[in-house]
Design a protein. Sequence first.
Length: 192
Amino acid sequence: MSVGTYCYADGVLYHGGFQNRRKHGRGTSVNEEGVYEGEFCNGERHGFGTMWFDNGDKYRGNWYEGLFQGKGVYYVRSSNSYYYAHWNDGKKVHGTWVRDKNIYSGPFEDGLFNGKGIYTYPNGTAIEATFQRGRVVSGSEREVDSQLEWTVGNDFYSSRPEDKGNIVPQRFKNVAPLRPPAFPDGWELDSS
């Protein structure tokens, strides 16, 4: 494997590892979408990496053959919201969405809340409900523990009271591994 810099005919600038004339290993790629820094395999974003999109959005997490795959955090600049999610083929399948201290935890379909989930308002009131295409179809209001802790790579995100209810990325050394928000009793991920 060699390391170098190459400017492609389509304007993509790449600096990093090459194998068989393809991006491979660690590298940085700049194109019309934005800037990607992370791992490549056979020319594709593959492994762990961060993408800073030109519109101000950011994704940090796992990739598979150029798509978001596995655990990752996506920040949407236009709405100042975060998705702490498990991704499949570039789409959110299950996780937590946070915006202005509103929190949804549950499954997603086509980017919308879909399935059994919990929506928590800033005052702590929560709706445990079944969602279809982003709308509540059945559910009830109750008090829940809406604290969120999540790790992606070396970043730690928290909504604990000492963090004043805001999701704040922090660098920690020797942080014990944390689990994503657990499913309520009797719930399981419908992978169909």
